[in-house]
Design a protein around this ligand. Structure first.
Ligand code: A2P
Length: 268
């Protein structure tokens, strides 16, 4: 007999949202983006993450995903890696518009504006899918109310992996309202480490040797005016954090705002 709506409803765990996939964009064989419906009443702060899941053989599997869309958006966007044998991503990479994706009800995270003390310049350091929380924050007007200058750095292995970041900048530029708010406050600094490209190298090396600052025409890191957010692999977080601390910045948290915050990017 044909499946009835109730049959599916029964298989959705209680207390979680079941949302519809609206669009899927594949960037490389390792990266894709998807958008889905936003549940009514679901509130989050730009930069936070949620637990995203799928029913796999009758059981829900969840992983942490930064919400890549800004708090004002009526849809939710996510940027994901594809891991061939990843418990969730081997299935998630196959989703199509109309499919159901699960989301736990409570978002959380430290990459929020509230966790930073006031400053002039906000650095967002990201590698790979670590750009996701910043995709949210660079599209949030509040970021530009709080900071005079916003510098998004994105480092990937290959040039094709930078495309999502360039698409975001394009989207901001073509959004009349947002482009007016953002103006020339946002700078996008993209580098690759395993291919030829005009901008090359790990962000840690570019901070350490000062090339990041000379390329951007800004002074060296200064705890009086500069703030930072870091999102990438554990190794990248550790190394970048060390450099910020060396420059005199202290790590903050939601309950104790300070000069920089970190969060591990979803990896598999
Ligand atoms: P590299 O190619 O030199 O390893 P991944 O996909 O492995 O997370 O890497 C994403 C990007 O982060 C790559 O460009 C990678 O450079 C870079 N990366 C890896 N480890 C570190 C680290 N400890 N500090 C800074 N960048 C890193």
């Amino acid at each position: 007999a044909p499946a009835k709506t109730e049959d599916f409803a029964e298989s959705i765990p209680a207390g979680v949202y079941a949302e519809k996939v609206l669009s899927v964009t594949h960037y490389t064989d390792r990266l894709f983006r998807f958008r889905m419906t936003r549940p009514e009443g679901f509130r989050f702060r730009s930069g936070e993450f949620a637990m995203i899941g799928l029913m796999v053989e009758g059981k829900p599997i969840y992983r942490a995903y930064s919400i890549a869309s800004p708090a004002w958006d009526e849809e939710l966007e996510f940027f994901s890696i594809k891991v061939p044998d990843g418990p969730l991503t081997q299935h998630l990479q196959k989703i199509q518009p109309g499919d159901t994706v699960l989301m736990r009800k409570k978002p959380t995270g430290t990459l929020v504006l509230d966790a930073l003390t006031p400053g002039k310049r906000l650095y967002m350091f990201s590698t790979g899918t670590g750009i996701a929380p910043f995709a949210s924050l660079i599209r949030d007007p509040e970021t530009y109310e709080k900071f005079e200058e916003v510098i998004l750095t994105h480092t990937c292995r290959e040039v094709a992996e930078l495309k999502y970041g360039f698409d975001l900048i394009e989207e901001i530029r073509s959004n009349e309202l947002l482009s007016e708010i953002v103006g020339d406050k946002l700078k996008h600094y993209a580098t690759v480490t395993r291919e030829d490209y005009p901008f090359q190298g790990r962000i840690t090396d570019l901070i350490a040797n000062g090339k990041l600052f000379s390329d951007l025409g800004v002074p060296a890191l200064d705890p009086a005016v500069d703030r930072g957010m870091i999102c990438g692999s554990s190794a990248m977080l550790k190394d970048t954090k060390e450099l910020l601390e060396k420059a005199g910045l202290t790590e903050g948290a939601n309950n104790k705002p300070a000069e920089f915050v970190i969060e591990r990017a979803f990896v598999g």
